[in-house]
Design a protein around this ligand. Sequence first.
Ligand code: HEC
Ligand code: HEC
Length: 348
Amino acid sequence: MEFKNKFYLRLTDRTTAILLAYFGAIVLLAWVLWPEYRQPSPPKKYLADFSVSSGAISPLPDTIPDLDSRKITLGKMLFHEPRLSHDNTIACSSCHQLEHGGVDGTKLSGGIKGQLAQINTPTVYNSVFNFRQFWNGRAATLQEQVAGPIHNPVEMGSNWNEVIAKLKHDPAYVTIFNKIYSSGITPENIADSIATFVSSLITPNSRFDKFLKGDAHAITPYELSGYVNFKNYGCISCHQGINIGGNLYEKLGVMRDYFKDRGNVTDADLGHYSITGNPEDLHKFKVPSLRNIALTAPYLHDGTARNLEQVVLIMGKYQLGIAIPAEDVAKIVAFLRTLTGEYDGRPL
Ligand code: HEC
Ligand code: HEC
């Protein structure tokens, strides 16, 4: 009897050990293979907190009301029109490729005669929601913005007289302009139709916007924890509002001198200072929108950050004065990837 008991005990010990090892291996494997598994769901308090402060980021509307569809059609033709450039080689769409997030994926875009732009190309998508246009904010409206690239010697290198002469030579343009505008082909009307088209380039229905509108399952708990980090680290103090950016100027290098570390300072680095001449505006830029940010690498006005991981670390170091741990960087990047929306009913 005694022998039998001992044997029984030994058997259960062994079975338990094997079972434990077996389950342990499964859990370990899941932990390694499935990073989201490692993240506990964000505590309930964040969810509650979220509903209170959700005003910080608001979803994009599905459409912009009152845009004249005839102007959109004309503006779209002009946006893709290389005759707006001096040597008929570069259109707005050469640098702002609508099928590539509204950018061309380069550090600095190429203009006419193989020259390079001085600053990284921002997206045209959702630019209608920016409080000003350009990195340094020098254009107040999209209308005002259009003249910039047409006259920029390294971008399109042309001027209104040249552009108007070319368009007046094309009976198709003459007819369309005359139908829409009583004054026909003028700088104002060209700018107006292009600006109307650019205003129509909005990208609603990102997964995060669906989440904001009440679909709790539109983003994963892991992505949500990235949003919680985005708020708690303070990214949201600068990247906020309907465009998750685009509504204020901030210095690049609030906590540490970015330009001293990078070296080789150019005019393009001066930021808002180049407009106001006020020393307080030195290196201040319009905080960029983070919508569709996964599609618009490389990043920063100088195009030096190759991927999202890198730019999140730079933001931590220079804007917040902290070294964000790798696992939080990964979560924030996962959140940023939920900000890709739809254009014209199709995922961007
Ligand atoms: C050679 C490349 C190139 C061409 C061509 C070009 N752009 Fe740009 N675009 C840029 C760059 C670079 C900037 C940023 C310039 C700056 O901030 O100083 C920019 C900025 C913009 C912005 C402001 C976005 C923001 O968030 O501030 C809009 C809108 C825009 N371009 C629309 C257009 C339109 C419309 C055309 C055609 C008339 C055009 N671009 C032609 C490269 C280009
Ligand atoms: C103090 C304001 C401020 C804070 C805080 C801040 N940012 Fe930024 N962010 C900026 C400015 C300004 C730029 C543009 C800098 C430049 O290129 O000159 C920028 C650029 C970016 C870009 C690149 C956008 C592009 O189109 O190139 C990303 C991505 C970004 N920030 C994410 C974050 C994240 C994530 C955090 C939090 C960890 C954060 N930011 C915190 C102001 C801020």
